[in-house]
Design a protein around this ligand. Structure first.
Ligand code: PLP
Length: 396
Protein backbone atom coordinates (compact mmCIF):
# COMPACT_ATOMS: atom_id res chain seq x y z
CA UNK A 1 0.00 0.00 0.00
CA UNK A 2 1.36 3.46 -0.88
CA UNK A 3 -1.25 5.39 1.09
CA UNK A 4 0.17 7.58 3.85
CA UNK A 5 -0.90 10.45 6.08
CA UNK A 6 -0.71 13.97 4.65
CA UNK A 7 2.48 16.03 4.75
CA UNK A 8 0.62 18.25 7.17
CA UNK A 9 -0.06 15.36 9.55
CA UNK A 10 3.59 14.42 9.56
CA UNK A 11 4.54 17.85 10.87
CA UNK A 12 2.20 17.70 13.88
CA UNK A 13 3.66 16.00 16.94
CA UNK A 14 1.53 14.61 19.73
CA UNK A 15 1.54 16.71 22.83
CA UNK A 16 4.09 15.58 25.43
CA UNK A 17 1.50 16.49 28.02
CA UNK A 18 -0.77 13.65 27.00
CA UNK A 19 2.12 11.17 26.91
CA UNK A 20 3.07 12.13 30.46
CA UNK A 21 -0.53 11.94 31.67
CA UNK A 22 -0.81 8.36 30.37
CA UNK A 23 2.40 7.34 32.18
CA UNK A 24 1.20 9.06 35.36
CA UNK A 25 -2.10 7.17 35.21
CA UNK A 26 -0.20 3.91 34.75
CA UNK A 27 1.79 4.33 37.95
CA UNK A 28 -1.16 5.96 39.82
CA UNK A 29 0.83 9.16 40.32
CA UNK A 30 -0.34 12.75 40.85
CA UNK A 31 -0.73 14.58 37.60
CA UNK A 32 0.72 18.08 37.76
CA UNK A 33 1.40 17.82 34.04
CA UNK A 34 -1.91 18.75 32.52
CA UNK A 35 -3.90 21.97 33.00
CA UNK A 36 -7.24 20.36 33.78
CA UNK A 37 -8.74 22.49 36.55
CA UNK A 38 -10.39 20.17 39.00
CA UNK A 39 -11.80 22.98 41.13
CA UNK A 40 -15.65 23.00 41.29
CA UNK A 41 -17.82 24.51 38.55
CA UNK A 42 -19.86 27.47 39.92
CA UNK A 43 -23.41 26.40 40.76
CA UNK A 44 -25.09 29.08 38.56
CA UNK A 45 -23.12 27.86 35.57
CA UNK A 46 -24.06 24.19 36.13
CA UNK A 47 -27.65 25.07 36.90
CA UNK A 48 -27.85 27.36 33.84
CA UNK A 49 -26.77 24.51 31.56
CA UNK A 50 -29.02 21.95 33.25
CA UNK A 51 -32.10 24.14 33.00
CA UNK A 52 -31.25 25.06 29.38
CA UNK A 53 -31.30 21.35 28.47
CA UNK A 54 -34.63 20.93 30.22
CA UNK A 55 -36.06 24.01 28.48
CA UNK A 56 -35.13 22.47 25.12
CA UNK A 57 -32.06 24.54 24.19
CA UNK A 58 -30.46 21.53 22.55
CA UNK A 59 -30.25 22.38 18.85
CA UNK A 60 -27.63 23.97 16.64
CA UNK A 61 -27.14 27.64 17.39
CA UNK A 62 -26.12 30.32 14.90
CA UNK A 63 -22.45 29.83 14.02
CA UNK A 64 -21.70 33.07 15.92
CA UNK A 65 -23.33 31.67 19.07
CA UNK A 66 -26.43 32.40 21.14
CA UNK A 67 -27.45 36.05 21.42
CA UNK A 68 -27.57 35.92 25.23
CA UNK A 69 -24.00 34.72 25.47
CA UNK A 70 -22.70 37.18 22.87
CA UNK A 71 -24.36 40.02 24.80
CA UNK A 72 -23.00 38.75 28.11
CA UNK A 73 -19.46 38.50 26.65
CA UNK A 74 -19.70 42.00 25.12
CA UNK A 75 -20.78 43.44 28.47
CA UNK A 76 -17.93 41.61 30.24
CA UNK A 77 -15.47 42.93 27.63
CA UNK A 78 -16.64 46.48 28.36
CA UNK A 79 -16.53 46.06 32.13
CA UNK A 80 -13.42 43.92 32.65
CA UNK A 81 -11.26 44.47 29.56
CA UNK A 82 -12.28 48.07 28.82
CA UNK A 83 -13.15 47.18 25.23
CA UNK A 84 -16.41 48.18 23.55
CA UNK A 85 -17.67 45.67 21.00
CA UNK A 86 -20.93 45.05 19.17
CA UNK A 87 -22.40 41.68 20.26
CA UNK A 88 -24.10 41.28 16.87
CA UNK A 89 -21.10 41.76 14.62
CA UNK A 90 -17.91 41.62 16.67
CA UNK A 91 -18.34 38.67 19.05
CA UNK A 92 -18.15 35.04 17.91
CA UNK A 93 -18.68 32.14 20.30
CA UNK A 94 -16.42 29.17 19.58
CA UNK A 95 -15.71 25.60 20.62
CA UNK A 96 -13.13 26.73 23.16
CA UNK A 97 -10.45 29.31 22.61
CA UNK A 98 -8.65 26.53 20.74
CA UNK A 99 -11.46 26.56 18.15
CA UNK A 100 -11.35 30.36 18.15
CA UNK A 101 -7.65 30.42 17.26
CA UNK A 102 -7.95 27.69 14.62
CA UNK A 103 -10.89 29.38 12.87
CA UNK A 104 -9.14 32.77 13.05
CA UNK A 105 -5.97 31.37 11.50
CA UNK A 106 -7.93 29.75 8.68
CA UNK A 107 -9.77 33.00 8.03
CA UNK A 108 -6.85 35.41 8.20
CA UNK A 109 -3.61 33.64 7.27
CA UNK A 110 -2.30 32.16 4.02
CA UNK A 111 0.00 29.16 3.63
CA UNK A 112 3.58 30.41 3.65
CA UNK A 113 2.82 33.41 5.90
CA UNK A 114 5.04 33.87 8.93
CA UNK A 115 3.79 34.46 12.47
CA UNK A 116 6.01 35.56 15.36
CA UNK A 117 5.69 33.31 18.39
CA UNK A 118 7.39 33.92 21.73
CA UNK A 119 9.09 30.90 23.28
CA UNK A 120 8.51 29.20 25.64
CA UNK A 121 5.25 28.78 23.70
CA UNK A 122 1.97 26.95 24.22
CA UNK A 123 2.11 23.85 21.99
CA UNK A 124 -1.35 24.30 20.50
CA UNK A 125 -0.36 27.73 19.18
CA UNK A 126 2.58 26.20 17.37
CA UNK A 127 0.65 23.19 16.07
CA UNK A 128 -2.30 25.28 14.90
CA UNK A 129 0.04 27.49 12.87
CA UNK A 130 1.73 24.38 11.49
CA UNK A 131 -1.62 22.80 10.59
CA UNK A 132 -2.60 25.83 8.50
CA UNK A 133 0.83 25.77 6.83
CA UNK A 134 2.03 28.99 8.40
CA UNK A 135 5.68 29.28 9.42
CA UNK A 136 6.25 30.08 13.10
CA UNK A 137 9.18 32.40 13.70
CA UNK A 138 10.49 32.36 17.27
CA UNK A 139 11.58 35.07 19.67
CA UNK A 140 12.93 33.74 22.97
CA UNK A 141 11.75 35.28 26.23
CA UNK A 142 14.57 35.64 28.77
CA UNK A 143 14.14 34.36 32.34
CA UNK A 144 13.73 35.37 35.12
CA UNK A 145 11.14 37.98 34.06
CA UNK A 146 10.67 36.50 30.58
CA UNK A 147 11.49 39.80 28.92
CA UNK A 148 12.21 40.23 25.22
CA UNK A 149 14.66 42.40 23.33
CA UNK A 150 12.93 44.65 20.79
CA UNK A 151 15.84 44.08 18.40
CA UNK A 152 15.07 40.32 18.41
CA UNK A 153 11.61 41.05 17.01
CA UNK A 154 12.92 43.52 14.44
CA UNK A 155 15.46 40.91 13.35
CA UNK A 156 12.87 38.26 12.47
CA UNK A 157 10.44 40.42 10.45
CA UNK A 158 10.33 39.65 6.73
CA UNK A 159 7.93 40.67 3.95
CA UNK A 160 6.01 37.43 4.73
CA UNK A 161 5.38 38.29 8.40
CA UNK A 162 1.61 38.59 8.85
CA UNK A 163 1.02 38.43 12.58
CA UNK A 164 2.35 38.19 16.08
CA UNK A 165 0.98 35.99 18.83
CA UNK A 166 0.70 37.36 22.37
CA UNK A 167 -0.35 35.16 25.28
CA UNK A 168 -0.73 37.09 28.54
CA UNK A 169 -0.80 35.72 31.18
CA UNK A 170 1.30 33.11 29.44
CA UNK A 171 1.43 29.35 29.49
CA UNK A 172 3.98 28.02 30.46
CA UNK A 173 6.08 30.98 31.76
CA UNK A 174 3.34 32.76 33.74
CA UNK A 175 4.52 36.04 32.22
CA UNK A 176 2.11 38.97 32.42
CA UNK A 177 3.11 41.44 29.72
CA UNK A 178 3.51 44.98 31.08
CA UNK A 179 1.82 48.03 29.58
CA UNK A 180 5.21 49.23 28.38
CA UNK A 181 5.91 45.93 26.60
CA UNK A 182 2.46 45.85 25.03
CA UNK A 183 2.77 49.45 23.87
CA UNK A 184 6.06 48.60 22.21
CA UNK A 185 4.46 45.54 20.55
CA UNK A 186 1.49 47.66 19.44
CA UNK A 187 3.83 50.14 17.78
CA UNK A 188 5.77 47.25 16.21
CA UNK A 189 2.57 45.68 14.84
CA UNK A 190 1.48 49.01 13.35
CA UNK A 191 4.87 49.77 11.81
CA UNK A 192 4.97 46.36 10.11
CA UNK A 193 1.23 46.16 9.44
CA UNK A 194 0.64 42.91 11.36
CA UNK A 195 -2.38 41.23 12.87
CA UNK A 196 -2.08 40.63 16.60
CA UNK A 197 -3.57 37.40 17.93
CA UNK A 198 -3.95 37.66 21.68
CA UNK A 199 -4.82 34.62 23.77
CA UNK A 200 -6.22 35.91 27.08
CA UNK A 201 -7.59 32.65 28.50
CA UNK A 202 -5.84 33.28 31.87
CA UNK A 203 -7.05 36.90 32.18
CA UNK A 204 -8.48 36.29 35.66
CA UNK A 205 -5.40 34.44 36.95
CA UNK A 206 -3.09 37.34 37.80
CA UNK A 207 -0.96 37.59 40.94
CA UNK A 208 1.35 40.45 40.02
CA UNK A 209 0.68 43.24 37.53
CA UNK A 210 -2.64 43.66 35.77
CA UNK A 211 -4.37 42.39 32.69
CA UNK A 212 -4.24 44.63 29.65
CA UNK A 213 -6.00 43.63 26.45
CA UNK A 214 -3.83 44.71 23.49
CA UNK A 215 -6.98 45.67 21.52
CA UNK A 216 -7.52 48.58 23.96
CA UNK A 217 -4.19 50.24 23.08
CA UNK A 218 -4.29 53.19 20.67
CA UNK A 219 -4.46 52.15 17.02
CA UNK A 220 -4.87 48.43 17.84
CA UNK A 221 -8.62 47.82 17.73
CA UNK A 222 -8.85 46.88 14.05
CA UNK A 223 -5.78 44.65 13.74
CA UNK A 224 -6.25 42.72 17.01
CA UNK A 225 -8.00 39.37 17.24
CA UNK A 226 -8.79 38.82 20.92
CA UNK A 227 -9.25 35.19 21.90
CA UNK A 228 -10.40 33.89 25.25
CA UNK A 229 -12.93 31.60 26.90
CA UNK A 230 -14.34 30.16 30.09
CA UNK A 231 -12.54 26.79 30.33
CA UNK A 232 -10.27 28.06 33.06
CA UNK A 233 -12.35 30.78 34.74
CA UNK A 234 -15.35 28.50 35.35
CA UNK A 235 -13.32 25.21 35.49
CA UNK A 236 -15.18 23.83 32.46
CA UNK A 237 -12.34 22.67 30.21
CA UNK A 238 -14.57 19.90 28.81
CA UNK A 239 -17.46 22.19 27.87
CA UNK A 240 -15.59 23.90 25.01
CA UNK A 241 -16.82 27.47 25.27
CA UNK A 242 -14.54 30.23 23.98
CA UNK A 243 -14.86 33.40 21.94
CA UNK A 244 -13.22 35.80 19.52
CA UNK A 245 -13.62 39.57 19.64
CA UNK A 246 -12.57 41.37 16.48
CA UNK A 247 -13.47 44.02 13.98
CA UNK A 248 -16.57 43.18 11.92
CA UNK A 249 -14.32 43.08 8.81
CA UNK A 250 -12.86 39.77 9.99
CA UNK A 251 -15.69 38.35 12.09
CA UNK A 252 -17.85 36.94 9.32
CA UNK A 253 -15.19 34.80 7.77
CA UNK A 254 -13.92 33.60 11.16
CA UNK A 255 -17.51 32.55 11.95
CA UNK A 256 -17.75 30.70 8.60
CA UNK A 257 -14.70 28.63 9.41
CA UNK A 258 -15.98 27.92 12.88
CA UNK A 259 -19.26 26.76 11.34
CA UNK A 260 -17.42 24.54 8.88
CA UNK A 261 -15.36 22.73 11.51
CA UNK A 262 -17.46 22.76 14.66
CA UNK A 263 -20.92 24.04 13.50
CA UNK A 264 -21.46 25.67 16.88
CA UNK A 265 -20.40 25.46 20.51
CA UNK A 266 -22.71 23.21 22.60
CA UNK A 267 -26.01 25.11 22.93
CA UNK A 268 -27.04 24.45 26.56
CA UNK A 269 -23.47 24.97 27.72
CA UNK A 270 -23.44 28.38 26.02
CA UNK A 271 -26.47 29.24 28.16
CA UNK A 272 -24.76 28.01 31.34
CA UNK A 273 -21.76 30.24 30.66
CA UNK A 274 -24.01 33.24 29.87
CA UNK A 275 -25.76 32.75 33.23
CA UNK A 276 -22.40 32.62 34.98
CA UNK A 277 -21.16 35.82 33.34
CA UNK A 278 -24.39 37.66 34.14
CA UNK A 279 -24.90 36.41 37.69
CA UNK A 280 -21.52 35.84 39.31
CA UNK A 281 -20.40 38.80 41.44
CA UNK A 282 -17.01 40.51 41.22
CA UNK A 283 -16.02 38.68 44.40
CA UNK A 284 -16.05 35.39 42.46
CA UNK A 285 -13.22 36.62 40.25
CA UNK A 286 -11.29 38.08 43.18
CA UNK A 287 -11.73 34.67 44.84
CA UNK A 288 -9.98 32.95 41.91
CA UNK A 289 -6.95 35.20 42.30
CA UNK A 290 -6.76 34.56 46.03
CA UNK A 291 -7.22 30.82 45.75
CA UNK A 292 -4.66 30.37 42.98
CA UNK A 293 -2.16 32.69 44.62
CA UNK A 294 -2.29 30.42 47.66
CA UNK A 295 -1.79 27.34 45.46
CA UNK A 296 1.07 29.04 43.60
CA UNK A 297 2.87 29.89 46.84
CA UNK A 298 2.42 26.41 48.29
CA UNK A 299 3.95 24.80 45.20
CA UNK A 300 6.70 27.39 44.66
CA UNK A 301 7.78 27.27 48.32
CA UNK A 302 8.00 23.49 48.14
CA UNK A 303 9.99 23.61 44.91
CA UNK A 304 12.43 26.16 46.39
CA UNK A 305 12.92 23.97 49.48
CA UNK A 306 13.81 20.87 47.48
CA UNK A 307 16.17 22.58 45.03
CA UNK A 308 13.92 22.65 41.96
CA UNK A 309 14.21 26.45 41.78
CA UNK A 310 10.93 27.84 40.42
CA UNK A 311 10.41 30.82 38.17
CA UNK A 312 7.55 32.23 40.25
CA UNK A 313 4.73 33.03 37.79
CA UNK A 314 3.00 36.44 37.74
CA UNK A 315 -0.10 34.85 36.21
CA UNK A 316 -1.74 31.68 34.80
CA UNK A 317 -1.31 28.45 36.77
CA UNK A 318 1.94 26.86 35.73
CA UNK A 319 5.46 26.96 37.14
CA UNK A 320 8.63 26.40 35.15
CA UNK A 321 11.29 25.04 37.48
CA UNK A 322 15.01 24.46 37.08
CA UNK A 323 15.44 20.69 37.10
CA UNK A 324 19.25 20.62 36.88
CA UNK A 325 19.48 18.49 40.05
CA UNK A 326 17.46 15.66 38.51
CA UNK A 327 19.19 12.79 36.73
CA UNK A 328 18.81 12.75 32.97
CA UNK A 329 20.37 14.41 29.96
CA UNK A 330 17.14 15.85 28.61
CA UNK A 331 14.15 17.49 30.25
CA UNK A 332 12.09 14.42 29.28
CA UNK A 333 14.46 12.19 31.23
CA UNK A 334 14.47 14.63 34.17
CA UNK A 335 10.70 14.70 34.21
CA UNK A 336 10.66 10.89 34.18
CA UNK A 337 13.16 10.80 37.06
CA UNK A 338 10.83 12.98 39.11
CA UNK A 339 7.83 10.80 38.29
CA UNK A 340 9.74 7.67 39.25
CA UNK A 341 11.13 9.09 42.50
CA UNK A 342 8.06 10.96 43.77
CA UNK A 343 5.06 9.88 41.66
CA UNK A 344 4.50 13.50 40.55
CA UNK A 345 4.05 14.04 36.82
CA UNK A 346 5.32 17.19 35.09
CA UNK A 347 5.96 18.24 31.51
CA UNK A 348 9.45 18.39 30.00
CA UNK A 349 10.55 21.96 29.25
CA UNK A 350 11.48 20.91 25.70
CA UNK A 351 7.74 20.75 24.90
CA UNK A 352 7.69 24.57 24.96
CA UNK A 353 10.81 25.31 22.92
CA UNK A 354 12.21 24.65 19.46
CA UNK A 355 14.57 21.66 19.27
CA UNK A 356 17.35 21.95 21.83
CA UNK A 357 15.63 24.50 24.11
CA UNK A 358 14.17 24.14 27.60
CA UNK A 359 16.23 21.07 28.50
CA UNK A 360 16.91 22.21 32.07
CA UNK A 361 13.26 23.00 32.74
CA UNK A 362 10.15 21.10 33.78
CA UNK A 363 6.62 22.51 34.09
CA UNK A 364 4.24 21.99 37.00
CA UNK A 365 0.54 22.87 36.91
CA UNK A 366 -1.10 23.98 40.16
CA UNK A 367 -4.76 24.00 39.02
CA UNK A 368 -5.52 21.16 41.42
CA UNK A 369 -7.71 20.67 44.45
CA UNK A 370 -5.98 21.70 47.70
CA UNK A 371 -5.93 18.09 48.82
CA UNK A 372 -4.21 16.85 45.69
CA UNK A 373 -1.74 19.72 45.61
CA UNK A 374 -0.83 19.18 49.27
CA UNK A 375 -0.26 15.49 48.62
CA UNK A 376 1.91 16.34 45.59
CA UNK A 377 3.96 18.73 47.76
CA UNK A 378 4.30 16.10 50.48
CA UNK A 379 5.69 13.65 47.92
CA UNK A 380 7.97 16.27 46.41
CA UNK A 381 9.43 16.98 49.85
CA UNK A 382 10.78 13.43 49.88
CA UNK A 383 12.92 14.18 46.84
CA UNK A 384 16.13 15.32 48.60
CA UNK A 385 16.16 12.13 50.65
CA UNK A 386 15.52 9.98 47.56
CA UNK A 387 18.20 11.77 45.57
CA UNK A 388 20.60 11.38 48.51
CA UNK A 389 19.97 7.65 48.50
CA UNK A 390 20.49 7.45 44.76
CA UNK A 391 23.75 9.39 45.06
CA UNK A 392 24.89 7.11 47.91
CA UNK A 393 23.99 3.94 46.04
CA UNK A 394 25.99 5.21 43.04
CA UNK A 395 28.98 5.71 45.35
CA UNK A 396 28.81 2.18 46.41
N1 PLP B 1 -4.70 28.87 25.48
C1 PLP B 1 -3.76 28.59 26.39
C2 PLP B 1 -2.59 29.48 26.55
C3 PLP B 1 -3.90 27.45 27.19
O1 PLP B 1 -2.96 27.17 28.11
C4 PLP B 1 -5.02 26.61 27.03
C5 PLP B 1 -5.18 25.38 27.83
O2 PLP B 1 -4.32 24.88 28.47
C6 PLP B 1 -5.95 26.96 26.06
C7 PLP B 1 -5.76 28.09 25.30
C8 PLP B 1 -7.15 26.08 25.81
O3 PLP B 1 -8.31 26.78 26.02
P1 PLP B 1 -9.74 26.20 25.59
O4 PLP B 1 -10.11 25.17 26.56
O5 PLP B 1 -10.62 27.42 25.67
O6 PLP B 1 -9.64 25.70 24.21
Amino acid sequence: MVLSPSQRAKRIVQSEIRVMSVECERIKGINLAQGICDTPVPEVVREGARSAMERGINSYTRAEGLTDLRRAVAEKMRRFNGLDCDPETEVIIHSGSTGAFYASCLALLNPGDEVILFEPFYGYHLNTLTAVEVKPVFVTLQAPDWSFHPQDLEAVVTPRTRAIMINSPANPSGKVFTRQELEWLADFAQRHDLFVFTDEIYEYFIYEGSHISPATLPGMRERTITISGYSKTFSITGWRIGYTICDRKWAQSIAYFHDLIYVCAPAPLQTGVAEGIIKLPESFYRGITKEYLRKRDLLCNTLSEIGLTPSVPAGAYYVLADASILAGKTSKEKSMTLLRETGVATVAGSAFYQAGGGERLIRFCFAKSDEELREACRRLQMLPEKLGKVAMSHRG
